[in-house]
Design a protein. Structure first.
Lengths: 176, 273
């Protein structure tokens, strides 16, 4: 556990150091259909941490030397199981950052019947994903501005194309 | 008889086009699987069952949920993005977001493609759904969800206990940070947003949308966790449909048995398969 924490602290330190470096990274998205007249959407690195207050999720600036194995286009196609060449719509903004999803207090993991073996524990917090280099695809689902609660996000591992999940705004969603 | 080369070429091209179109139809559909009419895009609706207790006996809810894909959403637009959900929850009725919730959602992803995902939500995320697991499911797969208080009865644990599993022994926790509610209820529901009356719900008369079952499909029945720690079938009440669509008109809902209930189910009378 101590070794793991040391590694995690090192990762945090590295990330913080990287954050101090001017970010000039631009990830160009390739692979759009040649027939498409729409220019490919470019992923932009997160320059200041985006926090999703309702869930505590975070998309933080990537390291300055981040070099994702996949383009935003390729990652999206793989994550969504979409046909090759499916273009990212122009109304989607793509970010590259370090994605973190906290899910609760680690004390629960010690209780009978609970299993956190697939999660990452840092301090007293359990994370489903912890500082995963990811593309964040932001788009509106209700016509209003993104700041008006219309923003949906999808997060995709930038190295593997694994779908990490997403956020969908919704109306009242409870039974009476 | 073999045709001429141009004819064979044309036939091959047609066959390849057909295969390609079929593949596209399976993998991705920018529009619903069949046409729906959505004259009132702002309509929403839900069909719900509640397990209530005045003595704080609602500590958790769990069930196998059948996965179906025969719902059809209204067309995607940038101003109204429709979605359907089927879910189970522990919640304080009427509060809107005092809820811990898991289930399936049918919506559009950012490439404007129909997708079917699992989701969870908590009071913090009550205004948003956390989608995950959007690929890898086949019709009639069963996903087992369990929402329950932790052993200290201070927090809710939201567990995804796997696809086509037969018990709750190997679960992945999606959330464990929500403090328990005062006098909550259990709820199971199907909901539709943005064009609900036109949207076709999940299931048809011959294959219903199910949460739990008495017939062994889903294998795991609908159960409630009491304060004393027992998972049992509970008494569930059908809630009035107070929104825009009509039970018995566009869709039908029914419990699978009399109380105590082992499963609930719905179907849309317009669906044929």
């Amino acid at each position: 556990m101590n070794k793991r924490r040391t590694i995690i602290v090192s990762v945090i330190s590295a990330a913080m150091a990287a954050g101090a470096v001017s970010l000039a990274l631009v990830v160009t998205q390739a692979g759009a259909s040649p027939a498409s007249p729409v220019p490919p959407v470019q992923a932009q690195p997160v320059t200041s941490t985006i926090t999703f207050p309702l869930s505590g999720e975070v998309l933080a600036p990537p390291p300055a030397n981040a070099s994702p194995a996949m383009t935003a286009q390729a990652a999206a196609v793989k994550a969504l199981n979409a046909p090759s060449g499916t273009a990212i719509p122009s109304n989607v903004t793509v970010y590259l950052g370090l994605y973190t999803l906290p899910i609760g207090d680690s004390s629960v993991c010690q209780q009978p019947g609970e299993n956190c073996s697939a999660d990452t524990i840092v301090g007293n917090t359990v994370y489903t994903y912890y500082q995963v280099l990811a593309y964040g695809y932001e788009y509106s689902v209700c016509g209003g501005s993104l700041a008006d609660g219309c923003a949906a996000w999808e997060f995709v591992d930038a190295n593997t194309g694994a779908d990490l999940g997403g956020i969908r705004p919704r109306g009242t969603a409870t039974a009476p | 008889m073999r045709g001429s080369f141009p004819k064979r070429l044309a036939a091959m091209a047609a066959a390849m086009l057909g295969l390609s179109m079929a593949a596209v139809g399976i993998v991705v559909s920018a529009t619903p699987a069949f046409a729906v009419s959505c004259p009132n895009p702002n309509h929403s609706d839900h069909q719900a069952f509640l397990w209530t207790s005045n003595t704080g006996d609602v500590s958790g809810v769990r069930a196998g949920v059948k996965f179906l894909k025969d719902s059809a959403l209204c067309d995607w637009t940038s101003s109204n993005t429709p979605w359907d959900e089927v879910w189970l929850s522990v919640e304080v009725p009427g509060t809107g977001t005092t809820i811990v919730q898991m289930g399936f959602i049918h919506d559009y992803n950012f490439m404007e493609i129909n997708e079917w995902c699992k989701f969870w939500a908590t009071p913090g995320t009550g205004a948003v759904a956390q989608n995950y697991g959007c690929t890898g499911y086949s019709v009639d797969d069963e996903e087992n969800f369990s929402i329950h208080q932790d052993s200290t009865k201070t927090h809710y644990v939201l567990d995804d206990c796997g696809k086509n599993t037969t018990d709750y022994s190997n679960c992945t926790t999606k959330s464990m940070g929500t403090a328990d509610f005062s006098l909550p209820a259990g709820a199971v529901s199907q909901e539709e947003f943005y064009g609900s009356c036109g949207e076709h719900e999940w299931g048809y008369s011959g294959d219903n949308m199910k949460i739990g079952s008495v017939s062994g499909s889903p294998i795991l029945t609908l159960q409630g966790l009491g304060a004393a720690g027992q998972w049992n079938a509970r008494d569930w009440s059908t809630q009035p449909d107070e929104q825009n669509c009509t039970n018995g008109g566009n869709y039908n809902w029914l419990t699978a048995d009399s109380n105590p209930v082992h499963g609930v189910k719905w179907f849309d009378s317009r669906n044929t398969s």
